[in-house]
Design a protein around this ligand. Structure first.
Ligand code: MN
Length: 233
């Protein structure tokens, strides 16, 4: 046994629907600007003919299970929700072709890519990294993993409400880069591994929440998610 000076960080994990074993988390990848209407609302329209997808990552320690209360994070006055479909990778894959992309999928989940929008936009416009805007403690919210091995989801409602009022309502069929394309492209850069999650991007309608708000959302045929925004930590 390796002796550590102090206890190493716990392995992050999510429940798996219908199973007692949990899904251990390796890395958290996020696709930026992957619905046209959201790219436009952010002032950065996408031309798929000349652009490739881009990504950012968050630390696995930012993971928070659906149903929890997260403290309103520090150093923001514009804390946004982003409802996203999440792909859970179950097998290793490097330079995976679009045709074979399904073969490394374990399942799906519904996720929230919580964002300090004020800090993200400052970083974006100054050409700085997005970490302070995106890599937020408790800011990667996710439901249980729903096993759907080898399946590609290419359509279905994706929606979010704040305090019962609809804010986002779209369809996964509006992804600019679909699940096959994302896995093929991301696996050019990374040796994907079991336990990696890919948040596939958010549709239009993003907006701010404040302490006391309750977020609910869903990805049809996958899962329903909820998050309570607590007082500032
Ligand atoms: Mn996002």
């Amino acid at each position: 046994m390796t002796a550590y000076l102090f206890s190493p960080p716990a392995v992050q994990s999510l429940a798996i629907r219908g199973q007692t074993e949990r899904f251990p988390i390796n890395r958290l990848f996020f696709v930026g600007r992957n619905y046209h209407a959201h790219a436009v609302e952010m002032g950065k329209p996408v031309d798929k003919a000349v652009e490739r997808p881009f990504y950012f990552t968050k630390a696995p320690q930012t993971l928070l299970e659906s149903g929890a209360t997260m403290p309103y994070p520090p150093e923001t006055n514009n804390f946004h929700f982003e409802m996203e479909m999440v792909v859970a990778i179950g097998k290793p894959g490097f330079r995976v072709s679009q045709d074979q992309a399904h073969s490394i999928i374990y399942g799906y989940a519904a996720g929230l890519d919580m964002t300090r929008r004020d800090l993200q936009l400052v970083a974006r416009d100054k050409g700085r990294p997005w970490d302070l805007g995106k890599d937020i403690e408790h800011g990667s919210v996710c439901t249980e993993i729903v096993p759907m091995p080898g399946q590609i989801i290419d359509s279905g409602t994706i929606a979010l409400e704040v305090n019962g009022q609809t804010k986002q309502s779209s369809d996964v069929n509006k992804l600019i880069w679909n699940v096959r394309e994302i896995i093929a492209d991301l696996s050019l850069f990374y040796h994907l591994q079991a336990g990696d999650l890919i948040y596939t991007g958010t549709p239009e309608g993003v907006g701010a929440v404040v302490s006391g708000d309750k977020i609910t959302g869903r990805v049809a045929q996958v899962a329903e998610i909820s998050l309570n925004i607590g007082p500032a930590a």
